[in-house]
Ligand binder design. Structure first.
Ligand SMILES: Nc1ncnc2c1ncn2[C@@H]1O[C@H](COP(=O)(O)OP(=O)(O)OP(=O)(O)O)[C@@H](O)[C@H]1O
Ligand SMILES: [Mg+2]
Length: 362
């Protein structure tokens, strides 16, 4: 079908974390350049992806697609449905490690995107992730590396976060401030800039559009401040070790910048296979090292997080284990003080966004 739309440029985005966030940034940066179609939310599998493709017509100039893989061959198949001109690979993490067995297996599957590109295509690869940068050898397309690494063609330097964890930085020396929250958005933003420049924008035009971009898919670092000054960060759409680390760092920097108490309300990260216990333990320890004031671990399956926090040792910090979301809400209603910052995050299956929503309804 898309072969009957010769003016259409298709952008495919894959990675373990940040596909939807990056798809949303790319769509907002491309919108001023011409009619752009991108799916709502996270339409990234064998159902949602073709649904989006069918939204494109002869007026559409850009189609931005999110591609996910639960096994080998999935991304190659989606690339046959709609062959991308530009492929973006964000990162290789440990989401779905249970299904793939190893990070190398995940890299193999994600790299199917760059294998599907032709000679006149472009592969946008994360210079900071060795498994992604290593995909350069698997594509006929031209490679654009992005990241903080000195090998990056589009390079972010001088990154600073404000009291709402919005990043200001320079891209090849030109300054920009993001409207979306979290340091992890820097890499996502660089990918969006690379795509826009490939499709004809100047660096300045791309950065101007980027600075206007906002969070459009819900429950991903949604930052809301209540009348009493309590800030709730709803990042409860989903969780894996990398995205929880990114969210905890954002929380820590918000608390530090504003001299505020920080709360991390964290539930289970699903689908981690054999790494379940160690991954949860690591997150508990990280919360202590980042000096998060209170850790609230929700649900018995996440217990190793609570144990990890205790083993790491804490001064003036505390970790509590509560059985469910209702108990978390009750604890927070009792103990939150004006000015506190609360992060809420867990895998989708935990529906922990209820905690954030209830806190905002009080
Ligand atoms: N580059 C990144 N690195 C690490 N974490 C990120 C990155 N970008 C976004 N995140 C975090 O990961 C979580 C999921 O983000 P997003 O929905 O954009 O990812 P996704 O890859 O589309 O996920 P899914 O596979 O569930 O569709 C969010 O909570 C967000 O804060
Ligand atoms: Mg998604």
């Amino acid at each position: 079908m898309v072969d009957r739309l010769p003016n259409l440029k298709i952008v495919g985005v894959t990675g373990s974390s940040g596909k939807t966030s990056t798809k949303d940034l790319i769509a907002q940066v491309l919108a001023p350049m011409g009619p752009t179609v991108a799916p709502p939310g996270s339409f990234n599998n064998e159902l949602g992806h073709p649904w989006t493709v069918l939204r494109a017509d002869e007026n559409t100039r850009h189609l931005v697609l999110e591609l996910s893989a639960r096994g080998p061959g999935h991304i190659a198949h989606l690339c046959q449905v709609a062959p991308p001109h530009i492929g973006v690979v964000l990162n290789v993490g440990s989401a779905h490690l249970g299904e793939f067995g190893s990070r190398e297996g995940i890299a193999q599957a994600k790299g199917e995107l760059v294998e599907a590109l032709s000679e006149d295509g472009v592969a946008v690869l994360n210079a900071d992730d060795p498994l992604v940068a290593g995909m350069a050898g698997r594509t006929k397309a031209r490679v654009v590396l992005v990241g903080e690494d000195s090998t990056a063609e589009l390079r972010a330097t001088d990154i600073e976060l404000d009291e709402q964890a919005r990043a200001s930085f320079k891209v090849n020396g030109v300054p920009v401030t993001l409207g979306v929250h979290g340091e992890h958005q820097v890499g996502n933003a660089l990918s969006a800039v690379a795509v826009a420049m490939e499709l004809g924008a100047t660096l300045e035009q791309a950065l101007e559009a980027l600075s206007q971009a906002r969070s459009v898919s819900a429950r991903r670092m949604d930052v809301t401040t209540r009348a009493d000054g309590v800030t709730v960060v709803n990042d409860a759409y989903n969780a894996n070790p990398e995205s929880v680390r990114a969210a905890l760092k954002s929380l820590a920097s918000m608390a530090r910048a504003g001299g505020r108490r920080s709360w991390a309300v964290l539930g289970t990260m699903a689908e981690l296979g054999d790494t379940h216990v160690s991954a949860h333990d690591e997150i508990g320890r990280l919360a202590v090292r980042l000096d998060i004031s209170r850790l609230v671990v929700v649900g018995d399956a996440a217990r190793p997080m609570h144990q990890g926090a205790h083993l790491e040792g804490s001064w003036g910090q505390e970790s509590v284990l509560v059985p469910d979301a209702d108990a978390a809400v009750a604890l927070l209603r009792d103990e939150l003080q004006p000015g506190d910052v609360v992060l809420v995050k867990a895998s989708n299956s935990e529906a922990l966004w209820r905690v954030a929503e209830e806190l905002l309804n009080t």
